[in-house]
Design a protein around this ligand. Structure first.
Ligand SMILES: NC(=O)c1ccc[n+]([C@@H]2O[C@H](COP(=O)([O-])OP(=O)(O)OC[C@H]3O[C@@H](n4cnc5c(N)ncnc54)[C@H](O)[C@@H]3O)[C@@H](O)[C@H]2O)c1
Length: 436
């Protein structure tokens, strides 16, 4: 099938690559000419495991191409995905200007019946706005369709190729049949394609992200409670996660959720609720707990240095908002490091993939190290922000020797507190049992 994907960021690029992998003829489009130039040369602007190989292979075999020409891409395609960004506006609502700009261009190039799919995360009612924007440019018939994306950065290819489910909001037979054909190869093992009406598909995406964010904020407060009453959140997590009604996923406390989705989608759902007269109280709480949680490591470091952080050097392991990505959007590393710098501390940081991104955020205000041990070298404390595999089992003796004092503040509970203490560290996790 001939497919156009407009917007070649995390979602658009993965979507385009995976559809070409299953034999479709895909063109990925972006207004960023530099990005398209790099993609044509198989130079992938983001880090995502498996993506580079897939782009290279499909481009070489002629099933995947890149262009800045939205109109031409639309004209040659039967299905057009809109996968551009929907950043938060001033009032927390999703900014739809890019989505609607693409929709108008699609309308101008509607040369035969097309299925126009919103893949971007967009508030309920957006498909109707897309329909109106296209209709303002053409009288030709077309279908709109909502197909929210549930991939996780860091495991995006796997998630797209083997989805738990695919959610598709449709209101025409053409759209239902076209989407069923396109997604058939991804659900051969029986995972469901859930067809529903368009508003329900749009709400499903926000409800899923809001539920996951809620679990994280809930566990962060349980962790705080554990610290106060002498319990260990790790045991509590296992104790509740084995309950089938609860399940194991998304129960890890940490330094607060970040990334390009949860913070903005929670805000946007609160905002859409308000627009229809519903006060989403539960999400107000989720958000405010998360804002506080992003300062948890800074608070622990402040408590460890009652004389103040001025003149101290803090080593930081991890800058990305989570492991296996170079994405730093809303990363908890940002408020931590900004807080440390404002308090007069020096920061030396390591990340396996996000150093380039971090340069855009901090410039030369912090020191970037090529390996984790150099970040610990001469530091007064080590703070762990991201759960990269390479930090899970380091040479603790070496870390202890390099640190000026053996203080580790672990935002991801990577280590066993008893073992850390036995090795001579002062160790603070999130919600862990204090030393007897
Ligand atoms: N990143 C994720 O993990 C994820 C997961 C699920 C859903 N989403 C949603 O998918 C959407 C895209 O997210 P992303 O992370 O891929 O964003 P991104 O910022 O990485 O990519 C968006 C791309 O769209 C391009 N663009 C903007 N306006 C354009 C236009 N008029 N024509 C062509 N290209 C244009 C930009 O240049 C950019 O390359 C958002 O709505 C997001 O909420 C993201």
């Amino acid at each position: 099938m001939k497919v156009a994907v407009v917007g070649s960021g995390y979602v658009g690029l993965v979507t385009g690559a995976c559809f070409s992998e299953t034999g479709n003829d895909v063109v990925c489009v972006d207004i960023d000419a530099r990005k398209i130039e790099r993609l044509r040369a198989n130079d992938i602007p983001i880090y995502e495991p498996g993506l580079e190989d897939m782009v290279r292979r499909n481009q070489a075999e002629g099933r995947l191409s890149f262009t800045t020409d939205v109109g031409a891409a639309v004209e040659r395609s039967r299905v057009v995905f809109i996968a551009v960004g929907t950043p938060p506006g001033e009032d927390g609502s999703a900014d739809l200007q890019h989505v609607l700009a693409v929709a108008r261009t699609v309308g101008q190039h509607m040369n035969n019946h097309k299925i126009v799919v919103t893949k971007s995360t967009v508030p309920v009612g957006t498909a109707e706005k897309v329909r109106a924007a296209i209709s303002s440019e053409t009288t030709a018939p077309f279908s709109v369709c909502s197909n929210p994306e549930f991939l996780k950065e860091g495991a995006a290819i796997d998630d797209f190729m083997k989805p738990d489910r695919i959610v598709i909001g449709v209101d025409t037979d053409e759209a239902r049949e076209g989407m069923a054909e396109l997604y058939g190869p991804f659900v051969r093992t029986g995972n469901p394609v859930l067809f529903m009406d368009i508003p329900s598909a749009e709400v499903t995406k926000y409800a899923a992200n809001a539920m996951l964010a809620t679990r994280i904020s809930f566990m962060n407060q349980v962790a705080m409670f554990c610290e106060r009453v002498g319990a260990d959140v790790n045991d509590v997590r296992k104790g509740i996660g084995t309950d089938k009604r609860i399940g194991q996923a998304f129960l890890f406390p940490g330094p607060g959720y970040g990334g390009s989705c949860f913070p903005k989608d929670v805000k946007a759902l609160i905002r859409t609720g308000r627009d229809v007269g519903l006060n989403f109280e539960i999400l107000d709480a989720v958000e405010s707990v998360n804002e506080k949680q992003k300062l948890v490591l800074l608070d622990k470091l402040r408590a460890a240095f009652p004389q103040g952080l001025a003149g101290r050097t803090i080593g930081v392991w991890g800058l990305a908002f989570k492991a296996e990505t170079d994405d730093m959007r809303e990363s908890p590393a940002i408020p931590l490091i900004e807080g440390l710098l404002a308090a007069g501390a020096r920061v030396q940081a390591h990340d396996p993939k996000a150093i380039e991104t971090a340069h855009d955020v901090f410039g030369d205000r912090i020191v970037y190290t090529a390996d984790p041990y150099s970040a610990a070298n001469g530091a007064d404390a080590l703070a762990i922000v991201t759960e990269w595999l390479v930090y899970r089992n380091p040479d603790f003796e070496r870390v202890k020797t390099l640190l000026r004092q053996p203080l580790v503040v672990d935002g991801r509970n990577l280590y066993d507190p008893a073992r850390m203490r036995a090795q001579g560290f002062t160790y603070h996790g999130i919600g862990r049992k204090k030393a007897p």
